[in-house]
Design a protein around this ligand. Structure first.
Ligand SMILES: [Zn+2]
Ligand SMILES: [Zn+2]
Length: 318
């Protein structure tokens, strides 16, 4: 492999695949389901882990049942003077989280706290941090460029889609990736279990980890050893010589997405599906001043659901 290629490859990494939802609300904040009911809901559907991420309330990691665990988590909200409203998900706490920054501030999402300070507080408690639903929050990509310390962002948030049509943040992700911010793409439910609409089972991650423990899942998430999905599965993604090759569950389109024009869509014939596609890296020839900085894969199925791989990064040629 070229030394200038950075591929966090879960597909050939040792371990097993575990499915989980990293963003869930319960009756501990503004969700309608109790933690016990949430456990049953996800266990019955083949999930291996869930993080309860109630607003401003840190949940504890615990093994709930055979092959099912909870990660510790929280969702924090505030307004940053530069970027406006933001929500952060923190996962995998190893130390207490200091939330004194909220004291004397509004209980709704109107507390003015710099995002830098909030990320620092989450890191001090040992958490991995990602940005929740940037499209829904309204943050502009150019403002998010200044934010450091994120493991990634939610490329897909199921609740923001079914309630507010703002679930897909692929452009925010691509804008930041194109500016060399190496961020992973997370898919989540962010379910609140309110009547009238199914807002769970819409977005998840498949994580390749050595074992089903919080430490192993968090290490794999930090490394990028996972992919996000709202339906399809990615079975394999590998570099073969000078070609990037993907295999997936039946899809109507497989996208290779890079910065600017370095993208390509492979489509199935009308009424048919495809389960693999290739992208010759030799096509990454510079165009004018632009060079290809990354490629990620997205698979679209006939139901309109996606799977999103993490990006493969290319250093600039020196
Ligand atoms: Zn949120
Ligand atoms: Zn949420």
């Amino acid at each position: 492999m070229d030394t200038n290629i950075h591929f966090a490859d879960p597909f050939s990494a040792p371990g097993q695949w575990y499915k989980g939802n990293l963003h869930t609300h319960s009756t501990l904040s503004d969700g309608d389901f109790t933690p016990g009911r949430i456990t049953r809901w996800y266990r019955e559907r083949g999930y291996h882990f869930v993080a309860l991420t109630d607003h401003r309330i840190v949940s504890e990691a615990r093994a709930v049942a055979d092959k099912f665990i909870y990660l510790s988590g929280v969702e924090l909200d505030a307004v940053d003077p530069a970027i406006g409203l933001y929500h952060l998900v923190g996962l995998g706490f190893t130390r207490p989280l200091d939330l004194s920054c909220y004291v004397g501030k509004p209980t709704t999402a109107e507390a003015v706290i710099e995002i830098r300070e909030m990320i620092d507080r989450l890191h001090a408690a040992g958490a991995l941090v990602f940005l929740a639903h940037p499209y829904w929050s309204g943050g502009m990509s150019k403002d998010l460029l200044e934010v450091e310390g994120l493991a990634g962002l939610e490329v897909w948030n199921g609740s923001c889609e079914v309630w507010d049509c703002k679930g897909l943040s692929a452009v925010h992700w691509d804008d930041l990736l194109a500016a060399d911010r190496r961020l992973w793409g997370f898919g989540t439910d962010d379910c609140h279990w309110r009547p009238g609409r199914e807002d769970a089972g819409l977005g998840w991650v498949w994580v390749k980890a050595r074992e089903l423990t919080q430490a192993a899942i968090l290490a794999a998430l930090a490394q990028g050893h996972f992919y996000a999905s709202s339906g399809p599965q990615i079975h394999d993604l590998r570099l073969e010589g000078r070609e990037l090759h993907v295999r997936c569950s039946p899809a109507v389109a497989i996208d290779f997405v890079g910065n600017g024009p370095f993208s390509r869509r492979v489509v199935a014939r009308p009424g048919a599906t495809i389960t693999e596609a290739s992208y010759p890296l030799a096509e990454r020839q510079p165009l004018g001043r632009q060079t290809c900085r990354y490629v990620r894969v997205a698979c679209l199925d006939a139901q309109g659901c996606w799977a999103w791989s993490n990006p493969i990064f290319f250093d600039p040629k020196v």
